[in-house]
Ligand binder design. Structure first.
Ligand code: ZN
Length: 149
């Protein structure tokens, strides 16, 4: 378990240092949503090209702490090319572990497992879930800003 924790920390640090799919809008972007976590100050904008029920491209921008940045970065990597239903079900799987304290299916979550270490810190859980709630709003075509409070 110790080695896994170190690996997870390395993943978070790496994605915070060089976030993937960051700071650009996808070509033909047709869904965007904003999210805000007032407790920490995280701001995120998630943009995607959603066509034929598939997230063809997804990116994010904004300013946040290491956890929210890494979560958004890992999320965009995990969701590119997935269907809207798959994205929602992956979000549900993350939420079940982080918020409802269910045991994780690490095989299914892959690198997203790196985010699960925050589950013992309720303040940090909001940092990790903010990009996902924002993604859900973008997917649903809601343009009212998402807030964790
Ligand atoms: Zn944060």
């Amino acid at each position: 378990m110790h080695d896994l924790r170190e690996l997870y920390e390395e993943v978070i640090l790496d994605h915070n240092r060089s976030p993937r799919n960051f700071g650009r809008r996808p070509a033909e972007c047709n869904r965007t949503a904003h999210g805000h976590n007032p407790l920490c100050g995280d701001q995120v904008e998630v943009s995607m090209t959603f066509r034929g029920g598939v997230i063809e491209d997804i990116s994010f921008s904004g300013e946040g702490c290491a956890i929210s940045t890494a979560s958004a970065s890992l999320m965009t990597q995990a969701l590119k090319g997935r269907s809207g239903e798959e994205a929602q079900s992956l979000f549900d799987a993350m939420h079940a572990v982080l918020v409802n304290d269910e045991p994780p299916d690490l095989e299914r979550l892959g690198k997203l497992g790196a985010l699960l270490g925050v589950k013992d810190f309720p303040m940090r859980v909001k940092c990790a879930t903010l990009p996902w709630h924002t993604m859900g709003a973008a997917l649903a075509g809601r343009d009212t800003p998402v807030t964790t409070e």
